[in-house]
Design a protein around this ligand. Structure first.
Ligand code: FAD
Length: 279
């Protein structure tokens, strides 16, 4: 069972728990991006099991009428086995989503996987327009050029700052430089697209910039934040009429995800310690 301190960041171990969480978010006007926790499978059977779980989850979401979609990780659905298996499994999931009028996001992992993820996104979005979305990372020096290539692809693009440590030759390390790149990429997306821009950030500065850019350019956008982070802001933005989606993971592999959340910010650590000492 997931201890209460981890439940802040993880929707549960089972699909029914995840769907209960979706229902509660939907009542606050917040959509949910459901992720089954799992990554770096080098055995095809493990990747296949998660693909089957996503297919069943898409059926459950469609059957429930909830406002939710799914997000997969390339190394969860075959990329650590082969590029071909990844694209085959990714297509299978998007095909089901398309049939159900649902939506699939693909997370971006470390920089060794960027080419494979973008190639698959481009090809699958061409066959299933507006059924799929790809995350891109502002900390990577290449992203500005990648956006030139992706700007006309009929799929959504989620811009994040980037969560992976990468060498300085390919990524900005300094937080201010990452913020500058984030702003530059966001401006580009709002200037060049009229829909399908997702602001994957908790940063109030980036969210206000998106709001101003939308007013200037009329681009349809959504704000995406993680479960357990700035929940009040998620509800407030939704109440103001902004499209908000919360990324909510579930599954039995919750421990490493929980540690990652706790390590990345002092607020989260304080929250975890308070829960442990009961204050
Ligand atoms: P930061 O630069 O971490 O913080 C900026 C400001 O935001 C802070 O000063 C504070 O005001 C506010 N803030 C941030 N966190 C908190 C908090 N816990 N409590 C209160 N205020 C806070 N990364 C990937 O590499 N690949 C992915 O596929 C990916 N998908 C993501 C999907 C979503 C929906 C989100 C939200 C993030 C995703 N990330 C992904 C993680 C992302 O790359 C960043 O590591 C993470 O979001 C932290 O950056 P930030 O923009 O939120 O702001």
């Amino acid at each position: 069972m997931i201890p209460p301190i981890a439940r802040r960041f993880v929707a549960g171990e089972s699909v029914p728990e995840a769907l209960d969480h979706v229902r509660a978010c939907n009542e606050d006007g917040v959509a949910v991006i459901v992720n089954l926790l799992g990554e770096h499978y080098d055995r095809p059977t493990d990747a296949r099991a998660d693909v089957d779980a996503y297919l069943a989850l898409l059926d459950d979401i469609a059957g429930s009428g909830l406002d939710a979609c799914v997000s997969v990780k390339p190394s969860q659905i075959g990329l650590d086995v082969s590029t071909e298996l990844f694209e085959e499994y990714y297509r299978e999931i998007v095909d089901r989503a398309h049939e159900l009028d649902a939506f699939v996001w693909c997370d971006m992992e470390d920089a060794d996987t960027t080419d494979d993820a973008l190639d698959a996104f481009e090809s699958i979005a061409a066959d299933y327009p507006w059924s799929v979305g790809q995350c891109v990372q502002a900390n990577l020096r290449r992203t500005r050029e990648d956006l030139d290539r992706l700007v006309d692809v009929p799929g959504k693009i989620r811009l994040v700052k980037g969560a992976y440590d990468e060498p300085a030759s390919i990524a900005y390390a300094d937080a201010d430089r990452v913020d500058e790149a984030y702003r530059e990429n966001l401006r580009f997306l709002f200037e060049r697209r009229d829909r399908g821009v997702a602001v994957g950030s908790h940063d109030p500065a980036m969210i206000s910039l998106a709001n101003r850019l939308a007013a200037d350019h009329g681009t349809d956008y959504e704000v995406q934040m993680l479960m357990g982070v700035r929940g009040d802001a998620q509800r407030d933005l939704a109440a103001q009429g902004v499209d908000v989606a919360q990324y909510a993971p579930y599954g039995d592999k919750w421990l490493s995800y929980f540690y990652r959340r706790v390590r990345e910010r002092r607020e989260n650590l304080t929250f975890a310690l308070r829960a442990v000492v009961g204050r």
